[in-house]
Design a binder for this molecule. Structure first.
Ligand code: SME
Length: 157
């Protein structure tokens, strides 16, 4: 079942009452993990060094760190700056398996002032879990996170 993403966006707007990216990123992945069904991992990877993704706030099992732009679904999102929606990660040759339970993946790039700030990664144990409606809904939540947080002109350090 597709969650009510417009409602989730309003809930996120109310939740993000600071401009602090660290607090806001932790709250964003916690809200998604609680409200979007059938997920086993949600979290942020941040570009703190060139072409390298460092693990940020997340919900789920301990995860892979770091991830170069050249690898995996997260790397593809970072390189292309396009959302990656994968029905079956087993079909992706360079998929990085952090949690063996993960089967479908959705990775949304976070671009601020033409710089790749990081990505938001969602994993599900169910093949084909993420529809185009989920893509659009999660992209809208990422847009709210960007708008509500101080990300411009600074590294996530
Ligand atoms: N599967 C990802 C790695 C990150 S984890 O899923 C948390 C990838 O291939 O980039």
């Amino acid at each position: 079942m597709t969650p009510d993403y417009p409602l989730l966006s309003r809930q996120l707007e109310a939740l993000l009452d600071t401009r602090d990216w660290l607090t806001n990123s932790a709250q964003t992945c916690a809200l998604i993990m609680q409200q979007v069904p059938d997920l086993n991992w949600v979290g942020f990877y941040l570009q703190r060094q060139p072409e390298l993704l460092s693990l940020g706030p997340f919900q789920g099992k301990p995860a892979c760190h770091p991830i170069p732009f050249s690898k995996g679904v997260c790397g593809a999102a970072a390189r292309s700056r396009q959302t990656q929606r994968v029905d079956d990660v087993h079909a992706v040759a360079d998929h990085i398996a952090c949690d063996a339970a993960s089967r479908a993946e959705l990775v949304v790039p976070i671009v601020v002032n033409d710089r790749l700030w990081g990505v938001l990664d969602l994993d599900s144990p169910h093949q084909g879990r993420f529809t185009d409606a989920d893509r659009a809904g999660i992209e809208a939540l990422v847009a709210t996170f960007i708008e509500r947080s101080d990300l411009a002109g600074r590294d996530s350090t």
